[in-house]
Design a protein around this ligand. Structure first.
Ligand SMILES: Cc1cc2nc3c(=O)[nH]c(=O)nc-3n(C[C@H](O)[C@H](O)[C@H](O)COP(=O)(O)OP(=O)(O)OC[C@H]3O[C@@H](n4cnc5c(N)ncnc54)[C@H](O)[C@@H]3O)c2cc1C
Ligand code: SF4
Length: 492
């Protein structure tokens, strides 16, 4: 039969049941993937990340071929060149695509006059989120999350939340446990496609990340059976004994399409309903998916394209050398987190927020420079998720549109939630002196530098009162200047 449509599948729409493939017909449709040179070499991407994205797409292309689709995996200088090549190969047919996941790609593909289908890779359609956001005075995630629970009827008993509470945070957020046996992690064996991609990139990947739907489903099953019950209590802890704690390691698959949020949530809820998984952990996990993930995606589209350029704290510092090279710091917590990123292109939420971002925030690293680095390094980084997380949550560069106060903390928080301070060259309790913890010094210096903005924010009242009570502020300022010089030169 004569083909009628070209279906373009971006590298983050890898799912037969969603997007433009949902109603695809192997008789009438030709499927096209484009691996653009810009995607490979446009930035100094972490090779683990590139490996994951390319190998997943190539596996998926092969699966579609095996399912009877005519499939072209095109390597081209840019996506638009690749789509032009597709038309040369297949004929001048309309190109269909699900709405892309970033502003930039959307604009680019609009120029090429593609036919767009609604993006259903999330549980909340973009217009539905807009309706919610337009009615809000402030965009509080918790309010959105509760509305999602009701709308999607997840963990509900009639109008009430199962377990009698919307949120079990008060029981969670424990520090790392002592004498605890952490369950193991899955390893994903490599096949010939993986090996081809690894050779092309000149890189030996770890076995951390699956590159097929089958592997992603195995990861989901493994998380639910092995880690879900312990997820809640230790979700905010960091320990040098274990790099992932009870986190799911599912974000890469949720973000490239190999898994859909619907099935991930269903698996967690079923573990609660049929296998006795504790509500405190199941609720905490479900909140991440139907709450945070959907909220961040919704806000990305709601806040618009210019949001990424916000820099309301006027932060201008260059990227600190320690981000690109873990040997450039003596700070135990930072070194260990950067080493994790170097090794696997991943750390969990709290190292991202309270270590990497906290340092960028309190040293005043330019938010766009920090955003670029995070985008390049993380396995699960896509524009829609990095932009609000970095510009809003991590660096407070949006003046509080997303989060009402900055996530800045001194060494005391890290001393409580990590086991890195013991044995560190620095002392989390000290804010002055050669062995003062840089986080502690910089926390006060940050509040001091931004007094004018923060004193207008009632949620910062307690912190600003603390600052006003500091008797050694002049010494803190002197030490902070030394710390900043040391971080800039990679000697702190
Ligand atoms: C500064 C910063 C940058 C981040 N960048 C990314 C990113 O590029 N890609 C990404 O997927 N997540 C990002 N996150 C959110 C979160 O850190 C990761 O989703 C999580 O660590 C992934 O590991 P996991 O799958 O084991 O997550 P779990 O802890 O097991 O959580 C389950 C799922 O919840 C979702 N989730 C939780 N928090 C968020 C959030 N704030 N935003 C969006 N989804 C969330 C993810 O899909 C995650 O897989 C970022 C957070 C911060 C603070
Ligand atoms: S003392 Fe400070 S720098 Fe060292 S591990 Fe603790 S928080 Fe990190």
């Amino acid at each position: 039969m004569v083909k009628q449509r070209i279906l373009y599948i971006p590298h983050d729409h890898l799912n037969r049941a969603f997007g433009v493939l949902k109603d695809a017909d192997p008789e009438l449709d030709t499927v096209v993937f484009v691996e653009s040179q810009r995607m490979l070499t446009g930035r100094p991407w972490h090779k683990e990340r590139l490996f994951f994205l390319l190998s997943s797409a190539r596996h998926f292309a092969r699966e579609l071929q095996e399912a009877g689709f005519t499939t072209h995996y095109i390597q081209a200088p840019t996506t638009l060149d690749g789509l032009a090549q597709a038309r040369n190969l297949v004929g001048d047919l309309p190109i269909h695509c699900a709405e892309p996941s970033s502003h930039r790609q959307f604009a680019q593909l609009k120029e090429a006059a593609l036919v767009f289908h609604p993006n259903d890779f999330f549980l909340t359609a973009r217009p539905l989120f807009m309706q919610w956001a337009e009615k809000q005075k402030s965009y509080v995630m918790e309010n959105f999350y509760r509305a999602q629970r009701v709308r999607l009827n997840i963990l509900m008993q009639g109008p009430d939340p199962v377990g009698g509470r919307w949120n079990f945070d008060a029981d969670n957020r424990l520090p790392p446990p002592k004498n605890y046996t952490w369950p193991s992690y899955l390893e994903h064996e490599r096949d010939s496609i993986d090996q081809q991609v690894a050779e092309q990139l000149g890189f030996q990947p770890t076995k951390t990340w699956a590159t097929t739907r089958e592997g992603a489903l195995r990861q989901l099953d493994f998380f639910v059976s092995t880690h879900l019950s312990g997820f809640g209590p230790y979700e905010d802890a960091i320990t040098k004994e274990n790099w992932a704690l009870h986190h799911s390691l599912l974000s890469p698959y949720l973000n490239n399409g190999l898994l859909h949020a619907e099935e991930v949530v269903a698996a967690a809820v079923s573990a609660f309903e049929t296998q006795g998984a504790p509500i405190g952990s199941v609720e905490a996990f479900v909140r991440q998916i139907i709450g945070w993930r959907e909220y961040i995606n919704g806000m990305y589209w709601f806040l618009g394209e210019d949001y990424r350029n916000e820099n309301q704290l006027g932060a201008t510092r260059k990227l600190l050398p320690l981000y690109r090279d873990s040997s450039k710091t003596k700070m135990n917590c930072v070194k260990s987190v950067v080493q994790d990123v170097e090794q696997r292109s991943w750390t969990h939420h709290i190292p991202r927020l309270m270590v990497l971002s906290n340092l960028a925030l309190t040293t005043g690293v330019n938010p766009q420079v920090f955003l670029d680095w995070m985008r390049e390094q993380f396995i699960d980084a896509t524009d829609w998720v990095m932009v609000p997380n970095i510009i809003g949550m991590a660096t407070h560069a949006d003046g509080g549109k997303l989060m009402t106060k900055p996530y800045a903390s001194g060494g005391a928080y890290l001393n409580k939630m990590t086991d890195h301070c013991k044995g560190c060259f620095y002392d989390p309790k000290k804010r002055t002196g050669d062995d003062a913890c840089p986080f502690t010094t910089l926390y006060w210096d940050f509040l001091d530098r931004h007094q004018d903005s923060f004193k207008k924010n009632h949620r910062m009242f307690q912190q600003m009162s603390g600052l006003n009570r500091l008797s050694d502020l002049p010494d803190v300022r002197i030490r902070a200047a030394e710390v900043l010089r040391g971080l800039d030169s990679g000697s702190i």
